[in-house]
Design a protein around this ligand. Sequence first.
Ligand SMILES: O=c1nc[nH]c2c1ncn2[C@H]1C[C@H](O)[C@@H](COP(=O)(O)OP(=O)(O)OP(=O)(O)O)O1
Ligand SMILES: [Mg+2]
Length: 198
Amino acid sequence: MKVVLATKNRGKLKEFQEKLKEFEIEVIPIDQISNLEPPEEKGITFCENAYEKAKYYSERIDLPVIAEDSGLEVEALNGRPGIFSARFAGEGATDEENNKRLILELKKLGLENSPARYVSFIFLYIPEGMGLWSSGEVKGKVITEPRGEGGFGYDPLFIPEGYTKTMAELPMEEKNKISHRGKAIEKLVNLIKEVKKW
Ligand SMILES: O=c1nc[nH]c2c1ncn2[C@H]1C[C@H](O)[C@@H](COP(=O)(O)OP(=O)(O)OP(=O)(O)O)O1
Ligand SMILES: [Mg+2]
């Protein structure tokens, strides 16, 4: 089975490819199929953004499309950056700029860490069919001293519960076992299997 993934994020793409390989699903990146500009993420929830991204591409290329919207919710920041994680330091911000902003916001509050969680919502949009969605989360804490070279985004600042290493210090295989995205992907695969039984 092959499925198109609508993302411009290389880190996400690699994690989807690696995880879905376990289930013999091949992931084709959207930019191999179309050079459409990504839609604006205007939703107020992860779920809405994932749905809108998947629908946007699926309707235009007439194939089933998976999209994901994810982010980091930090307790000390009342759940921010949340759906704004990718643009925390402004539109088009790099991971490094977003990480700096997070460190600054925590330091402004006099904190060196805070409980936090990563959230992932995935939507599989099927033209003229039913859609499927799943979600996952991983709890942990964020710190103000980045560590590690792996992963992407806020991973150098995120320590999963029960670990001493940051997400960026874990091999991708291990991150995929415990991460918000890994869990959401597993749930989606189970839903696909259910539908295929009909
Ligand atoms: O496992 C993760 N490890 C580190 N950081 C993460 C992770 N998962 C989400 N994040 C952060 C990165 C980005 O700042 C935002 C996602 O934003 P989100 O809009 O879903 O993705 P994106 O704009 O990078 O790519 P796209 O929309 O094309 O899929 O949350
Ligand atoms: Mg995005």
